[in-house]
Design a protein around this ligand. Structure first.
Ligand SMILES: O=C(O)C1=C[C@@H](OP(=O)(O)O)[C@@H](O)[C@H](O)C1
Ligand SMILES: C=C(OP(=O)(O)O)C(=O)O
Length: 488
C-alpha cells in the first residue's frame, strides 16, 4: 500500500488512508495556540465499533448495513481482509450526503489467502479465529512494528481449541492459520493481560464455533476492560447469547449471528486531542453526537478532564468542554483506557503540578512502546518523565520549548505531539500522516478547530479573561474512582 498525501497533511478518502511505506517524512509545523477558540468539531466514527461491526457482519446470517463507518487505515484493512476471507463489502450512499455506509454481505469463509494487518491490533487479533473457520490456510502479516506486538496469548488459545497455527516459534506476525472449515470450540484458558483484544477475538467468532466458546482469563488483570464490554454488547445486539456475570470468564453460545443495521458512534478516544486543545488554550469546544451511554473507553475523558480542571458538560446534543485557567496535575489509573494515555501525558506535561499515570504497563505492546516514546518526546519539550514498571510520572515543562517530535508510526503519539505544539511554538511533528491509522482528517480538523478562534468573540474573550485571572491554585475537582488529583 502507499500513501501519497502532501507533507504535513492528511486526507480522508480511501487511497489516502493507506500505509506509510513511502510516506513523506517532511515534518508538520504544529500550529501554536493563537488564543482561545470556540469550536464545534464533528468527529468521525469509532475504530473499535466499526471493526467489531465489520467482523460480526461478515459472520452473520444475512446482509448488514453499517452507517457512518470510520474510514481509516485500520478499518479499511479490516474491510479488505474480510473481503479476502469471502465477504462482500460495498459502499452505498448514507442518509446524509457526507458519508457512505457499508453494506456487508457475508459469504462462506475462504482460505488460500493472505491478509495485511498493517499495525492494527483489531485486525491481527480479531481475525485469526475467523480464519480458523476457513477451509485452507490464511497467512497473516503486517508492518515491521506489527511483528513486535504481542500475539502469543491469541495463538496459544487457538491451538488449545485444536486449530493448526504455524508461526515457526515466533508467537508473533507473520503466522498462518490453517483452517479445516469448522472449529469445535468449547472451554479455553488464556492470559490476556497483554491485550483485551485476545478475549474480544474469541467472543466475536465464538458463536460460529460448533460448541460456542467459554473463555477464561488467567493472569494479571485484563487491560482495556470497556473494550470487552463493548464486544459483549455488540454480540448481544446481534442476538448472540453471552454470559459475563463471573469475573474473568465469558461464555458465548453457538448461534446464528443476526444481520446488523447500526450507526457508528463518534470515536471518543480520538476526541482526546481536540478536548486537550481546549484545555491548553482555555477554549470552548463542542463535540456533537457524544453518546449519553456508551461502552467506549474514551468516555472516561469526561472524568479525566474534569479532574485536570476542565468544565465538562454532556447533553443530548453532545459534549461541551471549557478549558481551565491552568491545567492540574493528576494521579490516574488508566488501565481501562490506556489508549488515552499519550494525549493525557501531553496535557500533564503542560500542567501546574506533576502527574502520575498508572496501570499502563501494557502500552509497551501498543503501536510502539508508548511509555518510552512519551518519555523521550515530552523530554524534548522540557518535561521530565520517569518510566515506572506500570506507568509514568510526569513533571511539567516550565517553559515548553520547540522541538522536532518523533511519532513512531503511532497515531496517538502524533496527536499528543500536536497538543504539545500548541504550547511550544515552532514544534515540528515527524510523519504526521501516521494519524491515518484512525483519523486521516486529523490535521484538517485541527486547523479548522483552531481557525474557529473568535467565531464567537464573546465566549472566546470571556475564556481569555478567565485564564488571565487564574491563580493556578484552584481547588481540585475529581469525579470517578480512577481519578485522584494532586499528582506524583
Ligand atoms: O478492542 C479494541 O477495539 C481495542 C482494545 C484496546 O486494546 P488493548 O487491550 O490491547 O489495550 C485498545 O487499546 C485498542 O485501541 C482498541
Ligand atoms: C492501541 C491502539 O490500537 P490497536 O487497535 O492497534 O491496538 C490504539 O488505537 O491506541
Amino acid at each position: 500500500m502507499s500513501d501519497h498525501r502532501e507533507p504535513g497533511t492528511a486526507a480522508d478518502d480511501d487511497s489516502d488512508a493507506g500505509d506509510s511505506a513511502d510516506r513523506h517524512l517532511d515534518p508538520w509545523p504544529a500550529p501554536p495556540a493563537a488564543g482561545a477558540f470556540d469550536a464545534v468539531v464533528q468527529l468521525p466514527g469509532s475504530k473499535s465499533l466499526t471493526n467489531r461491526f465489520l467482523v460480526l457482519a461478515a459472520l452473520a446470517g444475512d446482509t448488514s448495513r453499517i452507517r457512518r463507518p470510520l474510514r481509516s487505515r485500520d478499518t479499511l484493512l479490516m474491510a479488505d481482509a474480510l473481503r479476502s476471507l469471502g465477504a462482500r463489502i460495498d459502499d452505498i450512499p448514507g442518509d446524509e450526503d457526507d458519508c457512505d455506509d457499508w453494506l456487508v454481505e457475508p459469504g462462506p469463509i475462504r482460505g488460500q489467502t493472505s491478509l495485511d494487518c498493517g499495525l492494527a491490533g483489531t485486525v491481527m487479533r480479531f481475525l485469526p479465529p475467523v480464519a480458523a473457520l476457513a477451509d485452507g490456510p490464511v497467512r497473516f502479516d503486517g508492518d515491521a512494528h506489527a511483528r513486535k506486538r504481542p500475539m502469543r496469548a491469541g495463538l496459544l488459545a487457538l491451538r488449545a481449541l485444536g486449530v493448526d497455527v504455524r508461526d515457526e516459534g515466533r508467537a508473533a506476525l507473520p503466522f498462518t492459520v490453517v483452517g479445516t472449515g469448522a472449529v469445535r470450540g468449547g472451554r479455553v484458558s488464556l492470559d490476556a493481560s497483554s491485550s483485551s483484544q485476545f478475549i474480544s477475538a474469541l467472543l466475536l467468532t465464538g458463536a460460529r464455533f460448533t460448541e460456542g466458546v467459554e473463555v477464561v482469563h488467567v493472569g494479571d488483570p485484563v487491560p482495556s476492560e470497556p473494550h470487552v464490554a463493548m464486544t459483549v454488547e455488540v454480540l448481544r445486539d446481534a442476538g448472540v447469547d453471552v454470559e459475563d456475570h463471573e469475573p474473568d470468564r465469558w461464555r458465548v453460545a453457538p448461534s446464528t449471528i443476526h444481520a446488523l443495521d447500526v450507526q457508528v458512534e463518534p470515536d471518543l478516544s480520538n476526541a482526546a486531542p481536540f478536548l486537550a486543545a481546549a484545555m491548553v488554550t482555555g477554549s470552548r469546544i463542542h463535540l456533537p453526537g457524544w453518546p449519553q451511554y456508551t461502552t467506549q473507553a474514551g468516555d472516561e475523558l469526561r472524568d479525566i478532564l474534569d479532574a485536570m480542571g476542565g468544565d465538562v458538560s454532556l447533553s443530548r446534543e453532545g459534549l461541551t468542554l471549557t478549558g481551565p485557567p491552568t491545567i492540574h496535575g493528576v494521579d490516574l489509573d488508566l488501565h481501562d483506557a490506556g489508549e488515552l494515555a499519550p494525549v493525557v501525558a501531553a496535557l500533564a506535561a503542560l500542567a501546574d503540578s506533576p502527574s502520575r499515570l498508572r496501570g499502563i504497563a501494557h502500552l509497551r505492546g501498543h503501536e510502539t512502546d508508548r511509555l518510552a516514546a512519551l518519555a523521550t518526546e515530552i523530554g524534548k519539550v522540557g518535561g521530565t518523565v520517569e518510566v515506572l514498571p506500570d506507568g509514568l510520572t510526569i513533571r511539567p515543562a516550565r517553559r515548553p520549548s520547540a522541538a522536532r517530535l518523533a511519532t513512531y508510526a503511532d497515531h496517538r503519539m502524533a496527536m499528543a505531539a500536536a497538543v504539545l505544539g500548541l504550547a511550544a511554538p515552532g514544534t515540528l511533528v515527524e510523519d504526521v500522516g501516521t494519524v491515518g491509522k484512525t483519523l486521516p482528517t486529523f490535521t484538517r480538523l485541527w486547523a479548522d478547530m483552531l481557525g474557529q478562534t473568535q467565531r464567537n468573540g464573546e465566549i472566546a474573550q470571556e475564556s481569555v479573561e478567565k485564564r488571565g485571572q487564574g491563580s493556578g491554585q484552584d481547588a481540585p475537582r475529581s469525579r470517578g474512582a480512577s481519578t485522584r488529583n494532586g499528582g506524583a
